[in-house]
Design a protein around this ligand. Structure first.
Ligand code: ADP
Ligand code: MG
Ligand code: MG
Length: 211
């Protein structure tokens, strides 16, 4: 029911906030190599505020709670990643509006989230952005459920593995979007911060779902 799902959403956001806080310096280090050294601060500020906002929210509707995560990230994170993360959570939250969180709506959410990131950021795969972690994760999740008939937890675990490979794939390629693209070929050899934070979020979703 709604109360159980709300509890799971609140726990997930809390776990993501804690993880991002733990990784804050590392994310900033990655962003200092190919950006402006604020990704750790941006993300930890945003998810800290999002965890507070869902804890305080006067609703147990999972869709409303995830929408709140989105609006909070939009107002707190800023930069390129704020609207990408925030806008995508906000928009994809609609997939849970009617039936709540089910295996089927979780696939719809994942796809809607990815579509929104691509719409807003206009980054193809291989542009060295969060899209490089997100795309294989979403494709793997969808295929594991719809084609291989795997349980959602197994599907999510495979999606995390796919995201990890996506993050590694960002290292040897040249950035074509965002601040890192200003460096041109000098961006080669560095791991993308946004792909990395996307992986951490997925890992925490898996951890929360396993509990
Ligand atoms: P800013 O670059 O404005 O300082 P952040 O440092 O918080 O913002 O986020 C940088 C991350 O945002 C990059 O590592 C990349 O993954 C992601 N990003 C930047 N531009 C785009 C884009 N057009 N599409 C998708 N992701 C992007
Ligand atoms: Mg930055
Ligand atoms: Mg910035």
């Amino acid at each position: 029911d709604d109360a159980t799902q709300a509890e799971a959403v609140r726990a997930a956001v809390e776990n993501v906030a804690d993880r991002i806080e733990d990784e804050r310096d590392y994310l900033t280090e990655l962003d200092s190599a190919i950006g402006d050294a604020d990704h750790g601060g941006n993300m930890s500020r945003g998810f800290e505020a999002a965890a507070e906002a869902v804890a305080d929210a006067d609703t147990d509707d999972p869709s409303e709670l995830i929408k709140t995560v989105g609006t909070t990230l939009i107002s707190e994170v800023g930069g390129a990643s704020g609207p990408l993360y925030g806008g995508s959570f906000m928009s994809a939250s609609q997939e849970f509006a009617e039936e709540g969180i089910t295996t089927e709506t979780s696939v719809d959410f994942a796809e809607a989230y990815l579509e929104k990131v691509k719409d807003r950021g206009d980054a193809r795969i291989g542009a060295k952005t969060m899209v490089d972690a997100l795309t294989p994760a979403v494709q793997t999740y969808k295929k594991s459920i719809e084609h291989d008939d795997l349980p959602p937890l197994t599907a999510l675990s495979k999606a995390v593995d796919a995201a990890e490979r996506g993050v590694e794939f960002t290292v040897p390629i040249r950035a074509e979007k965002g601040r890192a693209s200003y460096l041109g070929w000098r961006s080669v050899g560095h791991q993308d911060p946004g792909a990395t934070s996307t992986l951490y979020i997925l890992e925490e979703l898996l951890d929360t779902a396993e509990e």
